[in-house]
Structure formats: structure tokens, C-alpha cells
Design a protein around this ligand. Structure first.
Ligand code: R5P
Length: 275
């Protein structure tokens, strides 16, 4: 691997732990203004707690302070909205643009088992060919079609295919027997969080994934839709980088929660908002 590729990967994966906590905020590219991301200002305090921000170029340009220290991995695929056939994606952002935006990586979805499976795989091949020329790591996202089971057999197939095509790291979902997915995939795997679930469950999922061989997370809704997003990302970090248990991490989340305001404080807050 060339210097540029290694150097960029070391921005995403902490060289001390070999792991990463990526913050996924790209959901709007097919879901529109997702809960928690309607106003992107809400993610500002999360950014310093992330090892990498996974984002589209539009949000990066319009909503993210260029002075941030956190490296960026750009979502470069898209096309259909949540109303259409999600597998009908293409590459939407050029490698030149990724370089211009100082991206440390680029990511796109593949849809193994879906209608446009073969096109998304050949798009991945093309993206990697180009990314290799510039030394930019490619994240392949094993998106799950509506009809596919999220089990180790299917996710293992999708992750292995992505690695065989040349992806430098892969994002997939946690599942039972996740170690089988990790064992069959020769490149690092990060897990997506999926739909919002209770905080302790999301932390247990993180712990389970790390113990089973994941190299981190690329998590969105279970962080930015939490009632304590900063506490939640800190808790996830403690599991990923320090190896604490989910229960210990849950204490971090709980202890960093802002105290609920009393009735009279709430009245004052409401009055202040009107000023
Ligand atoms: C989905 O396709 C997006 O790429 C998200 O980045 C990914 O699902 C991770 O976000 P979440 O943890 O909310 O699932």
C-alpha cells in the first residue's frame, strides 16, 4: 500500500487501537431531512468526538465548518429516494471532488441480492480503480434489500464480495454469529447502528460487534437520535477504543445526561425562547 492510502487510513482508524468511531450523517441522501438531522447544527458537538465523519458533499459544503480536525469520508453514491428501488444507485461524486474536499475516504453502497446487484458491484470496481490512482480508501456499504435477511450468511457473502472487488474497508450490520462475517472478510469491518433502539441495546450491539471482530462503528441514528447524543458517542468510543463493557459505557451515557429541568425552570426556559 502506498503512503497516501496508508496515511488516509490512519486518519480514519486510530493507529493506537486500530479501531474507529465514524459518525454517519449521510442519511438525507435518500431519506431527506431525517429526524435528528433536520438542522445539521445539532451534530456540531458530536464532531470532535468522532474519528471520522461520514457525510455527503452537499452537507459538507453547506453545513460543516471547514476548520474541523475530524477527517471526512464522503458518501459518493446515490440516486433513488426511499420511495424508489434503492439498489438503483450510481456513483454521484467524482474522485477529483473527493480530493478537492480533502476526503480521507469515499464510500458507496452495494446491493447484493437485489435487482441491480451486478451494477452496484461493477460501480464499486470502477470507484476502487479510480480511488487507487489517488490513494483514497474505499468503504463498501453492504446495504440490505427489503427482501434480504440480515444474517451472517448473507452479510458474510456481501462483505466478502466487497473485499474481493478491492474495498479497503466494509460497513455492514451486526447479526447473530457476527464472528463468521468478520472471519470471512480480509479487510476491516465497521458496523452501522441501524434504526434507533434503546441506548443500552445499542451499546450491547457495539460491544458484541467489537468482541466478534469488528474494527469499529459507522453509527448514526443511535447517536444523533439519542436523548443524549454526546454522552452516547462518548459511550460508544469507550467500548470501541478502551474495551469497556456495554454496562460501563451506559454509565458514561447516563452520567453525562443533562438533569431534567423542574417545572419552574421549564417555564423560565419557555419564556426565554419567546424573547
Ligand atoms: C445508510 O445507508 C447510511 O449509509 C448510514 O450511514 C448507515 O446506515 C449508518 O447509519 P445508522 O447507524 O443510522 O444505520
Amino acid at each position: 500500500m502506498d503512503f497516501g492510502m496508508k496515511n488516509r487510513l490512519s486518519k480514519i482508524f486510530n493507529p493506537k487501537t486500530g479501531k474507529t468511531v465514524m459518525l454517519a450523517v449521510d442519511h438525507g441522501y435518500f431519506q431527506g431531512p431525517t429526524t435528528g438531522l433536520r438542522d445539521m447544527k445539532g451534530i456540531t458537538p458530536l464532531i470532535p468526538n468522532a474519528d471520522c465523519l461520514f457525510v455527503t458533499r452537499g452537507i459538507l459544503r453547506n453545513c460543516i465548518d471547514p476548520k474541523i480536525d475530524t477527517p471526512v469520508c464522503l458518501r459518493v453514491s446515490g440516486g433513488p429516494s426511499i420511495l424508489g428501488d434503492l439498489s438503483n444507485e450510481d456513483i454521484t461524486t467524482s474522485m477529483e471532488e473527493a480530493v478537492r474536499l480533502n476526503a480521507s475516504g469515499v464510500g458507496m453502497s452495494i446491493f447484493v441480492g437485489a435487482k441491480n446487484e451486478d451494477r452496484t458491484i461493477s460501480n464499486l470496481g470502477r470507484l476502487i480503480n479510480e480511488a487507487e490512482r489517488y490513494g483514497i480508501p474505499v468503504l463498501a456499504i453492504t446495504a440490505v434489500g427489503k427482501e434480504m435477511a440480515r444474517d451472517s450468511r448473507y452479510l458474510g457473502l456481501a462483505c466478502r464480495m466487497a473485499a474481493e472487488i478491492g474495498a479497503h474497508f466494509v460497513k455492514t450490520y451486526f447479526c447473530e454469529d457476527f464472528h463468521k462475517v468478520a472471519e470471512g472478510c480480509p479487510v476491516p469491518i465497521v458496523i452501522a447502528g441501524g434504526k434507533k433502539i434503546p441506548e443500552l441495546d445499542a451499546l450491547l450491539m457495539t460491544e458484541g460487534a467489537i468482541k466478534a471482530g469488528a474494527s469499529g462503528v459507522d453509527m448514526g441514528r443511535n447517536i444523533f437520535q439519542s436523548d443524549n447524543p454526546v454522552g452516547m458517542i462518548k459511550a460508544v468510543r469507550a467500548i470501541v477504543h478502551k474495551g469497556v463493557s456495554a454496562k460501563e459505557a451506559f454509565d458514561i451515557y447516563e452520567k453525562t445526561k443533562k438533569p431534567q429541568s423542574t417545572g419552574s425552570e421549564r417555564d423560565i426556559d419557555e419564556q426565554m425562547e419567546k424573547v
